[in-house]
Design a protein around this ligand. Structure first.
Ligand code: GUN
Length: 641
């Protein structure tokens, strides 16, 4: 079993991830929501909540400590017996009460000691709450004082939660995330956000989450204190939040408020409970409305909690499909402030470091908003750079010449091979060189016919005012026919330049390499050099997968640590034999590694020993201590190498 406090990533979609966090009372699968349980007023029992999908809960150690009867029972029997739940329990520290009442009677050390004595699985420090209205210096004090308290934590195996504060100031959120990450805490809640959630200040929240996340330790779960409304969960997960807690399910129930996936309704406005609700088969709407107060609260709390867990299930499914962005885009339409928040998120360019080159799901292009997807602008930047490599004519190829596939036998390919011009096609406003036509997202996309067709002629004229730009619809009319090049070779070289951000693609694929095409589909399948197979072109996403013979060419083409992880001597022999690389054996790595991309494994002396697929981005590698970093395809010490 994993050590307590370790977090393992199972699946990902950009910054969103499905993970497993180990606690003394079992594993928490993320993303997840912990219902807030008030030990004085138990409305739904833990067993009832478990049936709805609960895996972990949060309760307040300050309320327990200051209620003599509860404190005595918790100290005698433990918090798990007190709330009747044998799974993971997180305890909060009284920070919120300290903020509301202007202070509490216990210190940070008192509160942590108490949480440990009652057997909490995740103990929260007594951080200093700051509100969105706090001035900079007050918010700064909250960050520094919270950090001072985090420094009081012993490294005793306890899972401590150390809150990231910083109000609405990105610089403070960034600092708080960095200093809390480097303390002894294993769990990172983002605090001080309840007032933002209550006032629907979602854009401020996205800013707080983003500043915190990009500076937090990626190997630790990030929790949003109080962020459990189904409306806001998907966007939060997209920014990289792993866990939530929610008191809203019960607070709303007391006010006859009903949580839906995209809004909250008054019970009096509900015509019929939706079919997915656990209440749908239990009561008619008039029966539900006329229940006694206690029973009604319990029924609505059941519905509300189920709505939250159903949304989490949907989000996990979207991560597995790698279509979470699309889902968030849909959800953003449900409230104008959510749209503001989503647009703010779309402006963060640094998230592209966490995106793979391709997703399992096709790329949907429905409107201009999709041109702010990192996959879109990564492609756009690359294509413009590629076009700038040459000073020749630019031919804008008419769609009719290529659809649906570009045949190797076609007149267009012959024209290309006889020419030196740059051949591009319009893909949603990007002039994409035709060599990239089978590569994600170009081929693997579904385009709305009604989306405004952006003009690439104007873009090209602006970017390349001195180049001749011609609309090209008839290969027989090619005027520039002085070229002598192979389309298949140029194609794999361009894919390699894209996939490894390198200009050295002729070192990866020398002139004398041989390229085989599938007879059935007319697409490139494999590339060999001499007797050795060096790469295959994946049919699914049009990117390259290298063999160890190919890795030797990559090694020559890519300088220094580029696309590499360096492993310690302990790991070397295993990797030579084709075994996976574990994070703990990595001693150096390239920060620019793209998750899911082919990555070279080198030993301490820099010699290449294996090739595989990186499971995370270069930004994340150094944080993890547990799990597989490179899924090794083959090592150079394996038979046949
Ligand atoms: N509950 C809601 N917000 C907060 C916060 O900022 N800190 C702690 N400890 N608990 C909270």
């Amino acid at each position: 079993m994993a050590e307590n406090g370790t977090f393992e990533i199972i699946d990902r979609d950009g910054l969103a991830r499905i993970g497993k966090f180990q606690t003394p009372h079992g594993m928490i699968e993320t993303p997840g929501v912990m219902p807030v349980v008030n030990p004085n007023i138990i409305v739904l029992s833990a067993n009832e909540m478990k049936k709805l999908g609960m895996q972990a809960l949060i309760t307040n150690s300050y309320i327990i400590k200051r209620t003599p009867d509860l404190a005595e029972r918790a100290l005698r029997e433990g918090v798990h017996v007190l709330v009747g739940f044998d799974g993971p329990i997180m305890t909060d520290s009284g920070t919120f009460q300290s903020y509301v009442y202007g202070g509490i009677e216990y210190s940070n050390v008192d509160m942590l000691d108490f949480q440990k004595r009652i057997g909490s699985d995740i103990c929260t420090i007594l951080d200093i709450f700051s509100t969105p209205d706090d001035g900079f210096s007050r918010a700064k004090y909250a960050v520094e004082e919270t950090h001072k308290r985090a420094k009081e934590l012993p490294d005793d195996g306890t899972i401590y939660a150390g809150t990231i504060q910083g109000s609405v100031y990105p610089s403070l959120r960034r600092r708080s995330a960095r200093i809390m990450s480097s303390s002894n805490v294993k769990y990172l809640p983002i605090g001080g956000v309840v007032p933002m959630l209550e006032s629907y200040a979602y854009a401020d929240l996205v800013s707080a989450m983003h500043s915190a996340k990009m500076n937090a330790d990626f190997s630790k779960p990030v929790h949003l204190f109080g962020g459990g409304h189904p409306m806001f969960l998907a966007l939060s997960v997209l920014t990289g939040v792993d866990m939530f807690d929610s008191a809203s399910y019960i607070k709303y129930a007391r006010d006859d408020r009903v949580l839906m996936q995209d809004r909250t309704l008054d019970l009096s406005d509900v015509e019929k409970m939706p079919a997915w609700s656990p209440l749908a088969d239990m009561y008619t709407i008039s029966e539900l409305r006329s229940l006694e107060r206690e029973e009604k609260t319990k029924a609505l709390a059941t519905h509300n909690l189920f709505a939250i867990f159903a949304e989490i299930a949907e989000i996990k499914q979207r991560i597995a499909e790698q279509s979470l962005r699309r889902y968030v885009k849909e959800k953003a339409r449900s409230h104008p402030y959510l749209m503001d928040a989503y647009k703010k998120f779309l402006g963060y360019r640094d998230v592209s470091a966490f995106e793979s080159y391709s997703r399992k799901a096709p790329f949907y292009y429905t409107d201009a908003e999709d041109s702010r997807d990192p996959i879109y602008w990564r492609l756009r930047n690359f294509c413009i750079k590629e076009i700038a490599r040459s000073d020749k004519q630019i031919l804008i190829v008419d769609d009719a010449l290529v659809s649906p596939v570009l045949s190797m036998e076609s007149g267009l390919v012959r024209a290309y091979e006889n020419s030196t011009a740059v051949f591009v096609r319009n893909w949603n406003g990007i002039p994409v060189p035709i060599e990239l036509w089978d590569t994600y997202p170009v081929q693997q996309s579904i385009l709305s016919r009604s989306a405004a067709k952006r003009n690439i002629q104007a873009l090209l004229s602006r970017l390349f005012p001195r180049r001749e730009i011609i609309e090209f619809d008839d290969p027989a009319k090619l005027s520039n026919a002085e070229g002598k090049r192979r389309f298949d070779l140029e194609k794999i070289r361009m894919i390699a330049r894209y996939q490894f951000s390198t200009a050295n693609s002729s070192l990866i694929f020398p002139d004398s390499c041989s390229i085989r095409t599938s007879r059935k589909t007319d697409r490139i399948r494999t590339v060999s050099y001499g007797d050795d197979l060096i790469a295959t072109l994946r049919a699914s996403d049009g990117f390259l997968t290298f063999t160890t013979a190919g890795a030797k060419l990559l090694e020559k083409a890519l300088p220094g640590m580029k696309c590499r992880v360096m492993v310690s001597d302990e790991s070397r022999d295993f990797n030579l034999q084709g075994k996976n690389v574990f994070f703990k054996f990595i001693i150096d790595s390239d920060r620019e590694i793209v998750p899911g991309n082919d990555t070279l494994v080198v030993d301490r002396t820099g010699n290449m020993i294996a090739i595989g697929k990186s499971t995370v981005s270069g930004r994340e590698i150094s944080y993890f201590r547990r799990g597989v970093a490179v899924d090794v395809r083959s090592g150079i010490g394996q038979p046949g190498d």
